[in-house]
Design a protein around this ligand. Structure first.
Ligand code: HEC
Ligand code: HEC
Length: 388
């Protein structure tokens, strides 16, 4: 390892303590790898209405329409509420029945490789069909979706503009109306693809650092709060957070064990990624499946070949940290109410509770109260607003 610990000096003249924070060249490279933002936007090859205006308009309407559920009472937006950064603010989700998982945000969801906490689906449209059919969420059917679309002239028109055919026109016994349902999922996906968070204070700092390979753009860098900078140092340094929360999305897009219990009740477990791969193998709504508009692309081959490993048991998707300060409660089971609880969890993590065959990256950091505040200031700098 090249230990070049003075590759970068950031002098904070404003800070009374004259804080001088240094990063190694490896840490500097890690910081730069958390950008640039926004990433390049590419259409989803598995969804032929990705980026289509009529599909986006149809998806936006359906997203907040409770008529899509069998009872007419549950909408996507009921759980993914825009006013709450597309979450519900609850510990655990509640549709037609209570669920055992926390509702993730759908901000930046277009950049996912896997969807849901366990990655049971590898398409955004499949992840959008799933809650429509799920008995505990919306409990509807393909036939129900066809009836809704045909019964509302504006929805019919948008559907025809987007897909060039009438809803239900290709209804088949084999799929029980699934192809219209898949089209609904693809329209919902086209809408959700528009939900990309804006730039943050961290992004401005990161770009200033990138502008000058030796010293960075000093004036622009000084606008980044000193506490956030100290927190960043922990994030890419001793905290090793960037090992899993990497890249512009602050996630490797994969699954790991962060020491959160996978018991959902006495004797009941959430198998996490292990169960997710099992469901994925049975799902018809995959990139390589018959409803995909490009079943043979490289990403489809990659996800199709996923292997089931013992360490996937109780592993959950590494969440993105963009806008994370706005989307509590946290973790797959909503068990940590605030970001301070999350940071304390990592600081005092019980390694006995981590899988023995896991990645062995996490260890207790024993952060001081000041360091906890610094890490929180850094996480807050990943938001595109300071409050809702
Ligand atoms: C009852 C609350 C609820 C409703 C209603 C609901 N969702 Fe979700 N959503 C969730 C939960 C919980 C998850 C995590 C599921 C999992 O881990 O398998 C999720 C996951 C997702 C994901 C994957 C996000 C990610 O980061 O991987 C997408 C996309 C999504 N929902 C879209 C929708 C759409 C579109 C609708 C309406 C058709 C909808 N949801 C309805 C609660 C809900
Ligand atoms: C070994 C990989 C790994 C490392 C290292 C790691 N995390 Fe995580 N992180 C995860 C996983 C996996 C989850 C989701 C766990 C779950 O829900 O059971 C998570 C969840 C989170 C969440 C909650 C996000 C949400 O929307 O619920 C935050 C915040 C977070 N991590 C911050 C950090 C910080 C800060 C560090 C460094 C101190 C860190 N992580 C280190 C894997 C990791």
């Amino acid at each position: 390892m090249r230990a070049m610990f003075v590759a970068l000096l950031v002098c904070l003249s404003m800070a009374a303590s004259a804080a001088e924070i240094t990063f190694s060249s490896a840490q500097r490279a890690t910081i730069l790898s958390h950008g640039p933002w926004p990433p390049r936007i590419v259409a989803d090859p598995s969804n032929r209405v990705s980026g289509n205006g009529a599909a986006i308009a149809l998806g936006k309407r359906l997203f907040s329409d409770p008529r899509l559920s069998s009872t007419g009472t549950v909408s996507c937006a009921g759980c993914h509420d825009e006013a709450k950064d597309f979450t519900d603010g609850r510990r655990l989700a509640h549709g037609l029945m209570p669920l055992a998982r926390n509702t993730p945000t759908v901000w930046n969801v277009r950049f996912n490789r896997w969807f849901g906490w366990a990655g049971a689906v590898d398409t955004l449209w499949g992840a959008s069909v799933r809650p429509i059919l799920a008995a505990d969420e919306m409990a509807a059917t393909g036939a129900h979706a066809v009836a809704l679309l045909l019964g509302d002239g504006e929805l019919t028109n948008l559907f025809v503009s987007a897909f060039g055919r009438q809803p239900g026109a290709t209804f088949s016994n084999e799929t029980g109306g699934d192809d219209t349902l898949v089209a609904v999922g693809k329209a919902l996906a086209a809408y959700q693809e528009t939900l990309v968070t804006r730039r943050t204070p961290f992004d401005d700092f990161r770009d200033a650092l990138a502008r000058d390979s030796d010293n960075g753009d000093g004036a622009a860098m000084k606008r980044y709060p000193a506490a956030a900078l100290r927190g960043l140092k922990i994030f890419v340094g001793q905290g090793r957070c960037s090992v899993c929360h990497l890249g512009p999305l602050f996630t490797n897009g994969e699954f790991d064990d962060a020491g959160i219990s996978y018991f959902t009740g006495p004797g009941k477990v959430d198998k996490g990624r292990y169960g997710g791969i099992g469901l994925f193998r049975l799902s018809p709504f995959t990139r390589h499946g018959k409803y995909s508009d490009r079943p043979d692309d490289a990403m489809a081959r990659l996800t199709q070949g996923v292997a089931l490993r013992h360490r996937d048991w109780g592993a959950f998707r590494v969440p993105s940290l963009r806008n994370v300060a706005l989307t509590g409660p946290y973790m797959h089971n909503g068990s940590l109410a605030t970001l301070r609880d999350v940071v304390r969890h990592y600081s005092e993590i019980d390694v006995e509770r981590l899988h023995t065959d896991g990645s062995a990256i996490l260890r207790p950091l024993h952060l001081s109260p000041e360091e906890i505040d610094d890490l929180l200031a850094f996480l807050a700098s990943l938001s595109d607003r300071t409050s809702r």
